[in-house]
Design a protein around this ligand. Structure first.
Ligand code: NAD
Length: 286
């Protein structure tokens, strides 16, 4: 199937980036938030990103204008009616996501594909929110932050996901210039399952006084050639996001290395969420 119209639910860190990359490749994109001002803020954020690309000579002004012309903001979920592909990037909360998918299932056209950008919630659990007929079109489409820079889509196939749906997502990802990796619907999928124990172990090392946050990060950067240290990466992802993913991994798989470290739980309880709150394992701006 040809995907021309995309409806992106959620205009936060991930949603605005997902909307941007689809508009850049010529799709017509509607950005939805229940509060119109937030949807519009998402489009304004995209305009800022494109302006910076023009200033750096990476994009011509005419292409920026054409991309912005393909983007619109809405607070009306009924605008999903024209979409061929619906991508959900709302809060990582199963209740919020299932309530939204239930509504969108009523309002979207029968052939539309439903893709969730969830980092850790089971695709089968989310697909249970939509009617039987739609489940074959339900899939995980997990992007990475920042979306315009990270060329990867983790495709998560649920029990009911059809080959046609998988092929359509692969085709869109190819148009986006992104590589697809296919993951089973298991806790944390592939990337977070591999990443989170490393971040958690760095936190436990800090907790035990093995080294300072600076030295633990420098160890990974200079000794392992990681582009960022594990503690600064956790701060970048968001400590609330990290604790949420670790809980899903620990609850689902039970191994000790997935248990959220006490220091992480404490920082989140104190409101220190990393870069976005100005403090996590480090203080920002650094
Ligand atoms: N942060 C990351 O690095 C990252 C990476 C990959 C995937 N994800 C996943 O992407 C999703 C969004 O994460 P984020 O980091 O962009 O969060 P965010 O908090 O920046 O954005 C979430 C947005 O969803 C909106 N929202 C909440 N309920 C809504 C609803 N019912 N309808 C429409 N919009 C609604 C909020 O107003 C907010 O703007 C989560 O599922 C998260 O796990 C995050």
């Amino acid at each position: 199937m040809t995907i021309e119209r995309v409806f992106v639910a959620g205009a936060g860190l991930m949603g605005h980036g997902i909307a941007q990359v689809h508009a850049v490749i010529g799709k017509h994109v509607i950005v939805y938030e229940p509060d119109l001002a937030r949807a519009q803020a998402g489009v304004t954020r995209i305009a800022g990103n494109l302006d910076r690309a023009v200033a750096k000579g990476r994009l011509v002004a005419a292409d920026r204008d054409a991309t912005l012309g393909r983007l619109s903001a809405t607070a009306d979920p009924a605008d999903v009616a024209t979409a061929d592909l619906v991508i959900e990037a709302v809060f990582e909360d199963a209740g919020v996501k299932t309530a939204l998918w239930r509504d969108l299932d009523r309002l979207a056209k029968p052939g539309a594909i439903f893709a969730s950008n969830t980092s850790s919630i089971s695709i089968d659990l989310l697909a249970a929110a939509v009617g039987e007929a739609r489940r074959q079109a339900f899939v995980g489409m997990h992007f990475f932050s920042p979306v315009p820079v990270m060329p990867l889509v983790e495709l998560v196939r649920g029990t009911a996901t059809s080959d046609t749906t998988v092929a359509a997502i692969r085709e869109v990802a190819a148009e986006l210039g992104m590589t697809v990796i296919a993951s089973a619907d298991r806790p944390g999928f592939i990337v977070n399952r591999v990443l989170m124990p490393l971040l958690a172990e760095a936190m436990r090392a800090l907790e035990e006084g093995v080294g300072t946050a600076e030295d633990i990060d420098a160890g990974a950067r200079l000794g392992l050639r990681h582009p960022m240290g594990p503690l600064e990466l956790a701060d970048f992802i968001g400590l609330d996001v990290c604790v949420g993913i670790l809980r899903v991994l620990y609850d689902g798989l039970g191994q000790e290395h997935f248990r959220p470290p006490a220091i992480l739980e404490r920082l989140v309880a104190e409101g220190h969420l990393g870069q976005k709150s100005g403090r996590g394992f480090h203080v920002y701006p650094r």
